[in-house]
Write a protein that binds this ligand. Structure first.
Ligand SMILES: *C/C=C(C)/C=C/C=C(C)/C=C/C1=C(C)CCCC1(C)C
Length: 238
């Protein structure tokens, strides 16, 4: 029995950066989830849902990272399916976060649904280009990119920006931070996509590793995003 259990742990090559970042990703997402969940009781009621959602985002990612780590170890191939299932659950939850923190300023549910729909269009078209219609990856990537920019526009310049300005104070600065995550942190994903698919961009990004880029981006965005919300809850509670 012990013998088999030892054999079932895959060997990690020290130069396997994909395997390494999947492994670290599991631990980071799990630790972040514990942190967010265990902090819940210290906040005012109205901020608890926001911090709870932060924890759900990293927890859903943690579970997917365990699958993706094992998938990679077994097949040495990108776990595209698990990757996109993770994103299709967690990215809409990030849109919910925008809505939740702007609710104090009177945000309507229609704002939330608009962002959720845009994020799903972004991810479904990305999946089609990365996994299904790979010959036309650049076309699907472009459509996905347009949806991405529509989200960026909404939060930086659209109605969400106006609400944040009206709210002022800690809500406005938290909103600004989240906007930077979407503009800079999320921009790593299209770079990963261009590294992993064929298109006009292959000569520029082809040398990079798609999964390493996605893993780094996930850690920055999911945990960083959650910490911004956590920080807002801390400030608004004391
Ligand atoms: C936790 C996971 C997050 C925040 C994932 C975000 C993913 C994106 C912003 C993906 C964007 C893409 C494009 C803008 C174009 C190419 C296809 C995608 C799906 C990689």
């Amino acid at each position: 029995m012990n013998h088999f259990m030892l054999l079932s742990v895959p060997k990690l090559d020290p130069t396997d950066y994909v395997g390494f970042t999947f492994f670290v990703g599991c631990m980071a997402m799990m630790a972040a989830s514990a942190f967010f969940f265990l902090s819940l009781s210290q906040f005012d009621k109205k901020w608890r849902t926001s911090v709870l959602v932060s924890g759900l985002i990293t927890f859903i990612a943690a579970v997917h990272y365990f699958y993706m780590r094992d998938y990679w170890a077994a097949h040495m191939d990108s776990p595209t399916f698990f990757r996109y299932v993770d994103w299709v659950l967690t990215v809409p939850l990030m849109c919910v976060e925008f809505y939740l923190i702007l609710k104090v300023a009177g945000a309507k549910q229609s704002l939330m649904w608009k962002m959720i729909v845009l994020s799903i269009v972004m991810l479904v078209t990305g999946y089609l280009g990365e996994a299904v219609y790979t010959d036309n990856a650049q076309v699907w990537g472009l459509i996905s990119g347009i949806a991405y920019f529509a989200i960026v526009y909404e939060i930086w310049l659209g109605s969400a920006a106006k609400l944040a300005k009206d709210a002022g104070g800690a809500v406005e600065s938290a909103h600004k931070m989240l906007c930077w995550f979407v503009l800079v942190g999320w921009a790593i994903y299209p770079i990963g996509y261009m590294a992993g698919t064929d298109g006009w961009y292959s000569d520029i990004f082809g040398g990079m590793d798609m999964d390493v880029l996605y893993n780094i981006a996930d850690a920055i965005n999911k945990i960083g995003f959650g910490l911004v919300v956590y920080n807002l809850a801390v400030k608004s509670t004391s």
